[in-house]
Design a protein around this ligand. Sequence first.
Ligand SMILES: C[S@@+](CC[C@H](N)C(=O)[O-])C[C@H]1O[C@@H](n2cnc3c(N)ncnc32)[C@H](O)[C@@H]1O
Length: 489
Amino acid sequence: MTSYQLKTQSIYSGDCLKMLKDIPDESVDLCYLDPPFNSNRNYEVFWGDVQEKRAFADRFGDAEAYINYMRPRVMELYRVLKKTGSFYYHCDWHASHYVKIMLDEIFSFGNFRNEIVWKRKTGRGETQHKSNEFGVSTESIFFYTKTRKSTFNSQYSFDAIGYDEYLKKTFRHQESDGRIYRIDNLASPSLRPNLIYDYKGYKPPKNGWAISKEKMIKWDKEGRLYFPKNKRGRIQRKRYLDEVKGKPVQNLWDDIQPISSHSVERLGYPTQKPISLMERIINASSNKGDVILDAFCGCGTTLIAAQKLGRKWIGIDISPTACRVMSQRLYDLYKLREGKDFYVEDLPKTEEELRALPHFEFQNWAVIALGQLTNTTGVPNVIKTGDFGIDGRLYPIEIEKKKKDDKDLFGDTDKYLPVQVKQMDKAGRPDIDNFVSAIRRDGRDKGYFVAFGYSKDAEKEVKRLWKVGEVDINLIEVSSLLKAESMSK
Ligand SMILES: C[S@@+](CC[C@H](N)C(=O)[O-])C[C@H]1O[C@@H](n2cnc3c(N)ncnc32)[C@H](O)[C@@H]1O
């Protein structure tokens, strides 16, 4: 056993291979992971940067490279999972067969519980596919336990396809008070000599009843028995519709909608999973107070569901932007405050760490931090290419809130200020010229520029533009964003 402390209600920013080393052995009840797949349709990067996507496709171009990347991470997850713990690996057809073999090796075949097939009710695959193959409308979730002694709570659903019609067809009787019920056989399927008895003048079935006489009396008192008018008929059991828990959930999940452009919970993150999917997994394989871990956390759907269901949680993501989005989401939905109700560990805090970030991550960081500094909301661009020199926008806080209610956070609005970000030590005069053109093209006369520093020429030009009343550019240094961040904590 390692001597690390388990820190729950924490989001770790970094590669899970490294961050998991801080989590003690056998301390987690449930691990879910939804890592980037072996497919360039799924992005490991936040809000899909084209260049990064290509780099990703190159890196995981073949299944072997993908499995080699995932294996040490899954082994760490196996280490931190309690003996009674459960493990769910979410993937799609690109790598699922290779993933299954890897998981059998790590968990052993005997601890494989289910392949859950999530049939997205709607989705890309159902409408568009190549002419020479079938469309794809499912994803796989491999469910393993560390040992056979694991938590499992059966799940029920009313939303399974066709279940409504089934209920309508089978629950056809109604009490005088309006209660709807169906009648069910009370005969024992196999011979039960001790359960062969007459009841209120009704003869027993050939094999006897399915219940004892005491139970028959009890159900009779509760009005749960159906007595046919003809005494030669058979007593049956009444099952009330209002007591039905739903259809027991099997391994085909066809009742959970994917996130669509109209989903209320949509954040604009391409691989965001529905909260209800995570709720089902958490409800099935954990109890209140248990520890849930998602090591590829994205925009934090697992954490949101875990919080809602009274579980402790830990999230890890390599993208600092993802960690910030999770933090914001926890505040938006539950008013949980970073630094008080939960913690975000290892976000870049120094200029050196910021210099080392991938370019798009640095841009996201800068735009969001600038929003905090200027008391506006900084929204990084969704699409990094073809945006003509604008990397993000600052919105007045009340407009941003309104847009959030509209579920259109990234749509256009008239009231914003453009932001340009350069991950360079000295942004120069040509950079300023380009930004001025971008601001003008955008029909604005004010904007913000973020870099580590500026050349004398750049500063001179900004002063001149302001003096002649042409364009007002605020030059912001990364050091002042860092200072403002540390003071706000
Ligand atoms: C498919 S998304 C997860 C989406 C998530 N289930 C949700 O509903 O929001 C995969 C995430 O894994 C993160 N990631 C990729 N490699 C990682 C690594 N080595 N360690 C931690 N996170 C990683 C990516 O930044 C991305 O946010």
